[in-house]
Design a protein around this ligand. Structure first.
Ligand SMILES: [Fe+2]
Ligand SMILES: [Fe+2]
Length: 286
C-alpha cells in the first residue's frame, strides 16, 4: 500500500497566506505520516525571491518526502528562475519504490527534449488503437512526473510540445512495465465545477488530456482553482486539491488537502477539510 498526501496552493507571502491554518494543517499531515507528499504549485504568492526564502523554511516543517512543481504565482517576477535556483527542477520524473523508498531522478533537460523531438519526427508514435488497458498494475513501483505548466507573469499555462513528448516517453515506459503512474501539473486539465467562468486555463489542455488518457495514467494531480474535485475519464483519475493555507477561497469552500490510499486493486481518495470531518471523494477499482 502507498499512502500519498496531495497539498497545493500555500501562497506564502504578504496578504493571502494564513499562517495559523498552515501550521495546524502541517501537524495533521505529519500525524498521517504519508509515504510522500505531492505539492501542486503556488508555493509563493508573487514569485518574489524573499517569498521563496520564507517558503523553504515553511516546507521544512513537513516530515515526509516532499515533491513540488511551480504554479502560475511562482512564475511571476522572475520566480520561474528563482524556483529553479532555490527549490529545484521545474519539471522532473521519479521512479519511486514504496518498499525501500529508493528513487531515481530524471530531470527534464535539453538532450531529452531533442530525443523526444526526434521521436516525434520519426516513425514510432503512440496510438490509442495499439493499446490494451493496464490490467495488473504494479503499485509498489510508482512513476511520478512533475510538469511545469507555468508561464512567466501570466495566469494561463501550457505544457508545450517538447515537454509533452518528454512526458509521453516516460509514460510509455510506465505503460509497458505496468507501473502505477502519477502526473502532477498545477493547472487543471479539466474544468472544475463551482469555480465560475473558465479562465486561467491550460492552453494545450486537449492535447495533454489525450496523452494522459491514451497512456492510461493512473492519477493526474492538480491545484490552481482552490476547489477540490475528482473526475474519472477513461482509466485516469483527475484529482484537484483545494488551497492548503491561503485566504483565497471560493464561497464556503474551506482550506483542505487530499489523501490517496493506493492498494493492489483500488485507489481511495479522501478530502481533508480544515477542522471538519473527512469526506470520501471516491474509491476506484483498477
Ligand atoms: Fe493558487
Ligand atoms: Fe494557480
Amino acid at each position: 500500500m502507498t499512502f500519498i498526501v496531495h497539498i497545493s496552493d500555500f501562497h506564502i507571502g504578504e496578504g493571502d497566506f494564513n499562517e495559523d491554518v498552515f501550521f495546524n494543517s502541517v501537524d495533521t499531515v505529519n500525524d498521517l505520516d504519508p509515504d510522500f507528499i505531492i505539492f501542486t504549485g503556488d508555493l509563493t504568492n508573487r514569485g518574489y525571491h524573499a517569498e521563496y526564502v520564507k517558503a523553504i523554511e515553511y516546507v521544512k516543517f513537513f516530515k515526509s518526502m516532499f515533491f513540488s512543481i511551480p504554479g502560475n504565482h511562482d512564475a511571476r517576477n522572475l520566480g520561474y528562475e528563482t524556483f529553479q535556483k532555490l527549490i529545484g527542477e521545474r519539471s522532473w520524473a521519479q521512479t519511486l519504490n514504496s518498499n525501500d523508498k529508493d528513487n531515481i531522478k530524471l530531470q527534464y533537460d535539453d538532450s531529452l527534449k531533442e530525443k523526444c523531438m526526434l521521436k516525434d519526427n520519426g516513425k514510432k508514435k503512440w496510438s490509442k488503437n495499439d493499446r490494451i488497458s493496464k490490467c495488473l498494475v504494479d503499485v509498489s513501483n510508482i512513476t511520478l512526473i512533475g510538469l511545469d505548466s507555468s508561464e512567466p507573469d501570466i495566469s494561463d499555462g501550457s505544457v508545450g510540445r517538447p515537454q509533452q513528448l518528454w512526458m509521453e516517453e516516460i509514460l510509455t515506459d510506465s505503460y509497458i512495465n505496468s507501473t502505477f503512474s502519477i502526473v502532477a501539473i498545477h493547472h487543471h486539465v479539466l474544468p472544475i465545477p463551482k469555480t465560475g467562468r473558465e479562465r486561467n486555463i491550460l492552453f494545450d489542455a486537449g492535447d495533454i488530456l489525450k496523452s494522459l488518457t491514451d497512456l492510461d495514467v493512473n492519477m493526474v494531480l492538480s491545484g490552481h482553482k482552490h476547489v477540490p474535485y475528482l473526475w474519472k475519464v477513461e482509466n485516469t483519475l483527475f484529482a484537484t486539491a483545494g488551497s492548503f493555507s491561503s485566504f483565497k477561497l471560493r464561497g464556503s469552500c474551506p482550506n483542505s488537502f487530499n489523501t490517496y490510499e493506493i492498494k493492489e486493486d483500488y485507489i481511495e481518495a479522501i478530502l481533508k477539510p480544515y477542522r471538519k470531518e473527512d469526506i470520501l471523494l471516491g474509491r476506484y477499482k483498477f
